[in-house]
Design a protein around this ligand. Structure first.
Ligand code: IPE
Ligand code: MG
Length: 229
């Protein structure tokens, strides 16, 4: 979700106004996913690199996060949304960590939409934490580890691999998001700033996705027959 700051700057507003508007767009995206029957929505809200921003902005972002949890969880729960937060949470204030745990517990039984917020998340961090956890499952094992051994330890192990990755704000890079999981994901880049990324923009991204031919290494001809060969 990139472009909040630029959105605010264009309007001669402080950067935080862009972040506030950004939260509104999260609400709209959740609604759009619920309406379309999309099962998984994962949002990159705060990267492990975002701590490098001015302290004031970091602290405002944290306040917004707390406020969103306080105000939105009830409604998410009523709408059948299961909320999870992935990332290295120990750097967050204890109060925020508590709110996250409470929200996750409260919504744990919901199945309509899996909404995941990546916070203090990094794709490399995820692979490393999964590797460390995998290795201690069998300390005596020296070699022969396979992908399937690692996957249950990754932060997104509860979900299938993503179909579509959307980056707003004009940059064309992954910026250390779900590195492992994006191997076969369709990538969609748009110059639209996140606060302007409304349902119509979302529909455009989905329409683009629907044009793609997903071969997973196979040939086009194989897909026509739709065999598993
Ligand atoms: C993304 O918007 C929001 C967060 C990283 C929290 P930016 O804050 O990166 O907005 P720009 O890139 O400065 O426009
Ligand atoms: Mg940015």
């Amino acid at each position: 979700m990139d472009g909040n700051g630029r959105w605010a700057k264009k309007r001669f507003l402080p950067r935080v106004a862009g972040h506030v508007k950004g939260v509104e767009l999260v609400r709209e995206m959740v609604r759009a996913c619920l309406e379309r029957g999309i099962q998984y929505l994962t949002l990159f809200a705060f990267s492990s690199e975002n701590w490098r921003r001015p302290q004031e902005e970091v602290s405002l972002l944290m306040q917004l996060f707390v406020k969103a949890l306080e105000q939105e969880v009830e409604k998410l729960d009523r709408n059948g949304v299961r909320l999870r937060v992935i990332g290295d949470l120990c750097r967050f204030e204890p109060r925020l960590q508590d709110l996250i745990r409470q929200a996750e517990a409260k919504t744990a039984g919901n199945t309509r939409l899996d909404l995941t917020i990546a916070a203090n998340y990094g794709g490399r961090w995820d692979i490393m934490q999964a590797t460390n956890r995998m290795l201690i499952t069998r300390p005596e094992k020296r070699e022969g580890w396979e992908e399937a051994d690692l996957e249950p330890h990754l932060s997104m192990s509860f979900a299938p691999e993503p179909d579509l990755f959307i980056r707003t704000g004009g940059e064309q890079r992954i910026s250390n998001f779900l590195l492992w999981q994006l191997a076969y994901t369709e990538l969609y880049f748009t110059t639209t700033l996140w606060p302007d990324f409304d349902t119509a923009e979302f529909e455009k991204a989905i329409a683009s996705f629907q044009q793609r031919e997903r071969r997973f290494g196979r040939t086009s001809e194989q897909l026509v027959g739709k065999t598993d060969a």
